[in-house]
Design a protein around this ligand. Structure first.
Ligand SMILES: NC(=O)c1ccc[n+]([C@@H]2O[C@H](COP(=O)([O-])OP(=O)(O)OC[C@H]3O[C@@H](n4cnc5c(N)ncnc54)[C@H](O)[C@@H]3O)[C@@H](O)[C@H]2O)c1
Length: 333
């Protein structure tokens, strides 16, 4: 298989590229190193892939047709060892994050919806017919029925970010219908693990606790999330890539929830510290709960998440400690 992974330098994208290369596939990472978080972190994400003969990085923007064409040319120049699966695009590049999308809705719309449309148009130009892309649990908004199923209505997003993800699902279906593309949308439920984005709660809280600082908690701590370990997400993504045919939407979550207060206790326990909580009002755009019904992905993709939060958090904390040790400034003599 030859794959373009948009957002290949990011958290999920870099893990996916490594997984593809390990299995003999060839892969191009297309990423513009968006400054949402520092470039150095993304370069570090790609360190293990750098110089690999079946991997290429194209630094470019998914809103720019020329940059996307360069990624397609780069893909066509690669020779996979494992020829299963033909050519496809795994589209992960996006502006992520709910709260910043409220401050900058136009840019979110431009990158997420405009960029996705550019990717679909480039697929037409280059006659590549298979796309799997990252949607989000945020499309469920404040859905009251749990767990969230793919058959639930998702017409009530509560943040610009969520609205862009829903819009991507709609435009993707349009291209499936008009141009017979095989497209799968994966609704990820908060993903965590080594390399997790620094803006996400688990990473942010770990850093604050490790630095002995208080943790701002928005709301009363009863909001709950379905957290999904990165290895489980990659297993689900790879399964979806292997089966991309027709038009499908799948939830990829763990199908277990934990409250914000329990999450903080778990991280503090793994770090061996006592948390100091700084209560703040609930933030607009934040949903009360996410909870995935994963029966469809289990039945049709063989998706089988295995890492429970009680094991995943210590694994994340171990990675965080190793990384902090590696990046700590050298002690003065
Ligand atoms: N991490 C999660 O919990 C989660 C949950 C639901 C959905 N998602 C979705 O999964 C995808 C990957 O998320 P992530 O957590 O790895 O985020 P990430 O920010 O680590 O990775 C996204 C990458 O896209 C790149 N990018 C942004 N704008 C771009 C542009 N205009 N052109 C080219 N590249 C661009 C960024 O530089 C970044 O490296 C995103 O689409 C996100 O919305 C993530």
């Amino acid at each position: 298989m030859r794959v373009i992974v948009t957002g290949g330098a990011g958290f999920i994208g870099s893990h996916l590229c490594e997984s593809l290369i390990r299995d003999g596939h060839a892969c191009v990472g297309l990423d513009n190193f968006d400054p949402f978080y520092p470039r150095e972190i993304k370069e570090e994400n790609l360190a293990a892939l750098s110089g690999h003969p079946r991997f290429k990085l194209v630094e470019g923007d998914i809103r720019n047709a020329g940059d996307i064409d360069a990624a397609f040319h780069a893909m066509k120049s690669l020779t996979p060892e494992n020829a299963d699966g033909g050519d496809m695009v795994m589209h992960l590049a996006a502006l992520a994050g709910v709260r910043p999308s409220i401050k900058n809705p136009e840019k979110y719309q431009d990158v997420n919806v405009g960029g996705t449309t550019q990717i679909l148009e480039a697929m037409r130009r280059h006659d590549v017919k298979k796309l799997v892309f990252a949607s989000s649990s945020s499309v469920y908004g404040n859905n009251k029925k749990v767990p969230f199923s793919e058959d639930d209505r998702v017409d009530f997003p509560i943040s610009p970010y969520a609205a862009t993800k829903k819009a991507c699902e709609l435009i993707a279906h349009t291209y499936h219908h008009l141009f017979q593309m095989d497209i799968t949308a994966l609704r990820f439920f908060t993903v965590y693990g080594p390399r997790q984005r620094p803006d996400l709660a688990i990473h942010k809280f770990t850093k604050l606790l490790a630095d002995g600082k208080s943790i701002p908690v928005f709301g009363d701590g009863t909001t709950s999330r379905d957290y999904t370990y990165i290895d489980d997400i990659i297993q689900g993504v790879r399964a979806a890539m292997g089966k991309a045919e027709g038009f499908h939407i799948y939830n990829l979550g763990e199908s277990q929830t934990i409250t914000l207060s329990e999450l903080i206790e778990t991280i503090a326990g793994a770090l061996g510290v006592t948390p100091d909580i700084d209560r703040q009002p609930q933030q607009p755009g934040d949903v009360d709960c996410t909870f995935a019904d994963i029966s469809r992905a289990r039945a049709e993709l063989g998706y089988a998440p295995t890492t429970k939060i009680r094991d995943g958090i210590p694994a994340f904390v171990n990675w965080f400690r190793t990384r902090s040790a590696a990046t700590a400034p050298a002690e003065q003599a």
